[in-house]
Design a protein around this ligand. Structure first.
Ligand code: NAG
Ligand code: NAG
Ligand code: NAG
Ligand code: NAG
Ligand code: NAG
Ligand code: NAG
Ligand code: NAG
Ligand code: NAG
Ligand code: NAG
Ligand code: NAG
Ligand code: NAG
Length: 419
């Protein structure tokens, strides 16, 4: 799961805050605006089980309070880091008075209610991290005034509509509203957010199509739009993309024949559970960084290319639940072509139209294959002895084929799945 987990790390990036070291606190004691705002912020938090806010008292300047950082020069509050404190409450509208704020990190708490429109007054804000709370209502339109914003990370909330005005955030590199309650369409104008590197909008109620304009995002590194809608064809022209995750959409049509050439950096291509037709492009073998190819549960036909052995990083090949093969000899030649793919761990082609016999060949002794599912096909003949060479195999399914000898008689060592 190489690429995708590292991309989540990006979203989960935790900022190190410079705790200012108190010496000048006394001199600037009493920027009343910040103090009043921050006290009101505290006031709206009704549960603080870890007692993190108990240090927010008169005994120290507010720049010394836990989770508060100030900017050295002006002694103005520049960061609020209350990550994972289990705080329960809502965000005070006074937050808009903390006009020197650059970082807000409230991830993994229990904040509810709307994100106040007053955040639009935070024109220095660069990082807004709200993942895993219960923020609801609409995403505030005034967030569009925070033109320094680099990252909005609001995964796992209950936010609604997505305002087109956010197209003003020209410095935005990461945008995540995944696992919210977004409805409507992705605004076309988001094609103008040309600094974007990651966009994650999976698991919402968005309707398609995704605008072709997103094809203008030439710095994009990953896009996640699972469980929503269509993917625009222009996405295949973004050569920087390393991850495309668009499973369980209603994506139709063919995969572009040259996609392996137009996406030379692709590592994870996850389009399972759509309605994709046509064949698996042979050009994918040119996408030499490919690690995970997941095309299960579509309507793909024809033969599986026999040149994927070139993909030295390939770990996952999931093509089950299609109509691949022609129920004849040669259908399974692609397996032999993978014999030197020493990083391949999962080879899953259950539920297709593969016929003929399994090819005779020798697996490279350094193979890593640990899952092999070839059930529910039309495969004939004997089970090849090469199954014994798969030393890492822990999951094997061969059921619902036409093998001449029951598999368990040949291979005692495996836990069989025979349905
Ligand atoms: C305190 O805040 C006020 C209002 O934002 C601002 O005008 C002033 O410059 C600040 N003073 C200091 C010392 O930071
Ligand atoms: C006030 O904050 C200090 C730390 O800054 C803490 O040691 C003290 O216990 C707090 N007082 C109260 C009454 O919570
Ligand atoms: C701070 O913000 C609130 C709400 O936006 C406002 O009512 C208040 O007057 C502002 N100023 C000060 C000094 O607290
Ligand atoms: C969300 O935050 C809570 C703490 O408030 C934590 O227990 C939970 O594991 C987090 N969920 C996720 C998916 O990170
Ligand atoms: C929101 O932005 C508009 C200008 O677009 C401004 O008039 C309004 O006062 C802002 N609202 C808040 C609460 O800051
Ligand atoms: C999600 O949005 C729909 C339609 O706007 C609304 O009916 C529903 O209550 C929302 N769900 C949550 C959990 O906010
Ligand atoms: C993108 O920005 C350009 C230039 O500012 C503008 O002409 C165009 O209408 C914008 N596109 C969309 C879809 O908003
Ligand atoms: C992709 O790029 C090719 C070559 O530049 C171009 O012909 C094609 O129209 C583009 N496709 C889309 C959907 O933008
Ligand atoms: C794509 O790979 C094939 C071999 O599989 C090779 O002949 C061809 O030159 C490659 N094309 C590009 C553009 O790299
Ligand atoms: C695997 O590697 C061996 C040794 O380099 C080579 O002889 C064989 O042709 C390769 N097999 C495939 C399918 O690439
Ligand atoms: C096994 O695969 C590796 C890398 O794919 C290759 O370098 C090596 O020659 C292969 N070994 C054999 C015995 O085929």
């Amino acid at each position: 799961m190489g690429f995708w987990s590292s991309s989540l790390c990006f979203m989960i990036l935790i900022l190190a805050f410079n705790q200012s070291q108190g010496t000048s606190a006394a001199r600037h004691l009493g920027n009343e605006t910040d103090l009043l705002a921050i006290l009101d912020f505290k006031d709206k938090i009704s549960q603080d089980p870890n007692g993190v806010l108990s240090s927010w008292n008169n005994s120290q300047h507010h720049c010394q309070w836990q989770g508060v950082s100030c900017d050295g020069k002006h002694q103005r509050v520049s960061g609020l880091n209350l990550l994972g404190q289990d705080l329960f409450g809502y965000v005070s509208s006074h937050i808009g008075n903390l006009t020197f704020l650059k970082f807000i990190n409230l991830r993994h708490n229990r904040f509810y209610g709307e994100i106040p429109q007053e955040v639009g007054q935070l024109t220095r804000l660069r990082y807004l991290k709200l993942t895993n709370n219960s923020f609801g209502g609409e995403i505030p339109v005034n967030l569009s005034h925070c033109i320094q914003l680099k990252v909005i990370d609001a995964l796992l909330n209950r936010l609604g509509g997505i305002p087109f005005e956010l197209d003003s955030l020209k410095n935005l590199e990461g945008l995540s509203f995944g696992k919210n309650n977004l409805t409507g369409e992705i605004p076309r104008s988001f094609g103008n957010l040309t600094s974007l590197r990651q966009i994650y909008l999976s698991y919402n109620n968005l309707k398609g199509p995704i605008p072709q304009e997103l094809g203008q995002l030439t710095s994009l590194y990953s896009i996640g739009v699972d469980a929503n809608y269509f993917l625009p064809s222009s996405i295949y022209n973004i050569s920087t993309l390393a991850g495309i995750s668009a499973s369980s959409n209603i994506l139709q049509g063919n995969l572009p024949a040259n996609m392996g050439l137009t996406l030379p950096n692709i590592q994870d291509f996850l389009l399972g559970g759509n309605q994709i037709e046509g064949t698996i492009p042979v050009s994918l073998a040119n996408a030499s960084l490919l690690e995970q190819l997941e095309l299960s549960d579509n309507m793909l036909k024809g033969q599986v290319p026999t040149n994927f052995g070139n993909l030295h990083n390939l770990q996952w090949l999931g093509i089950g639940g299609n109509i691949l093969g022609s129920n004849s000899a040669g259908d399974l030649d692609f397996i032999a072509s993978l014999s030197n793919s020493s990083n391949l761990q999962s080879l899953l082609f259950r539920g297709n139209n593969f016929g003929g016999k399994l090819p005779a060949f020798k697996w490279n002794s350094s193979n890593m294959l640990d899952q092999l599912d070839l059930g529910l096909n039309q495969i004939l003949g004997e089970v090849p002895l090469w199954l014994r060479d798969l030393n890492n195999l822990y999951y094997l399914a061969t059921d619902n084929n036409f093998f001449s000898v029951p598999i368990p008689n040949i291979l005692g060592k495996f836990q069989m799945l025979q349905e």
